[in-house]
Design a protein around this ligand. Structure first.
Ligand code: SD4
Length: 339
């Protein structure tokens, strides 16, 4: 039966895809049909490369959990990426402190927060999940655990990040910019963006997710955002779907954002509508502040239908399945829609 709502949604997505054609020459006819499993989706343009890595696992019949870990390790290792992993911008005292979490199809989860000197926090989060009775390790304890697990300590502050931090220190003003954590971002860099949150469904239909970040650049030492908090930066329920977030983590934590999105999908909301409702709740509580902050949610349901919604325009997400590995789709947003 012809489904007008679905048609309109697909038309809107295909128009948006044309606008982002530098990443993909996909036409409306080639559009990925939601429900084409396996599938992996992730936040921002750097999600394209991360998805491709995750896809190797999914395409060979592997587990979604392995896929998301391998996928997000790509931006974690990227020296041009100043918002995730190695080369992330430091806090205001010059420490690079990393946050990450991971969740599997059984509801198992692991997390590290404010961890220093370890380049792949997602791997440590997975080790917390699999090798300890705990969910979360923080700070020195997380680093100590990583070392005990055989992971090498390394210096994460690069000369470039140190230079950016020293420039920031001149005025030392903390005001996160919408879609750009880093005021001193490199001109011309395509990696201006923030946290990577990734959700995958494997051939068995099982869902896993991962989220990893260096957090807000020049944050207070010890500050932890939403990204390593299960239910805030990431949540997976294998019966329903998964969600992840990016943007100002404090607002996501206050609203337990990703858990909310998954629970809304359980009630029958589409992934996009669930993300939109979670965004609307943030705006409703802080209508004035919301004008100057960004939060974006990305979600997938059990059928592989996906969607996103953000407070501000500019949020994008990457999608990869058997038909197309490099799609970048702009998420809809409250302010773009109401302008
Ligand atoms: C945080 N949510 O630490 C992360 C950072 C981020 O866009 O995604 N910024 O609050």
């Amino acid at each position: 039966m012809f489904n007008r709502r679905k048609f309109l949604r697909i038309s809107a997505v295909s128009a948006s895809i044309t606008a982002l054609s530098k990443y993909s020459t996909v036409k409306a006819a080639d559009l990925i049909a939601p429900g084409n499993l396996p599938i992996v989706i992730s936040t921002w343009d750097f999600g394209i490369a991360a998805n491709k890595e995750a896809w190797k696992t999914l395409a060979s019949g592997g587990r979604a959990l392995d896929a998301v870990e391998a996928g997000v390790k790509i931006p974690e290792a990227d020296m041009n990426n100043h918002t995730v992993g190695r080369a992330g911008y430091p806090d205001r005292d010059g420490h690079v402190t990393l946050d990450a979490c991971i969740m599997d199809e059984f509801g198992n989860c692991g997390s590290v927060a404010a961890m220093e000197n370890i380049a792949h926090p997602i791997t440590v989060a997975r080790l917390v999940m699999e090798k300890t009775p705990h969910v979360m390790l923080v700070g020195d304890g997380a680093t100590q655990f990583a070392v005990e697990q055989g992971i090498k300590k390394e210096k994460l502050l690069t000369p470039e990040s140190e230079e950016a931090w020293k420039k920031w220190l001149v005025k030392a003003e903390y005001s996160p910019k919408i879609n750009i954590e880093n005021e001193q971002r490199r001109p011309g860099s395509k990696y201006n963006h923030d946290t990577i949150g990734m959700l995958a469904i494997d051939v068995k239909g099982n869902i896993s997710g991962a989220c990893t970040t260096s957090g807000m650049a020049f944050k207070l030492h010890g500050r932890v955002g939403d990204s390593p908090i299960i239910g805030a930066g990431l949540y997976v329920d294998n019966e329903v779907g998964g969600a992840t977030s990016t943007g100002v983590g404090e607002e996501v934590i206050r609203n337990v954002g990703s858990f909310l999105v998954v629970e809304l999908m359980r009630q029958g909301y589409s992934p996009e509508d669930a993300c939109k409702e979670a965004v609307n709740r943030i705006i409703k509580k802080k209508p004035v502040a919301a004008k100057n902050l960004q939060v974006g949610f990305l979600a997938i349901n059990k059928k592989g239908e996906y969607g996103a919604y953000a407070i501000q325009e500019g949020f994008s997400f990457a999608v990869c399945d058997s038909k197309k590995q490099d799609l970048l789709i702009p998420g809809k947003s409250f302010y773009k829609e109401s302008k």
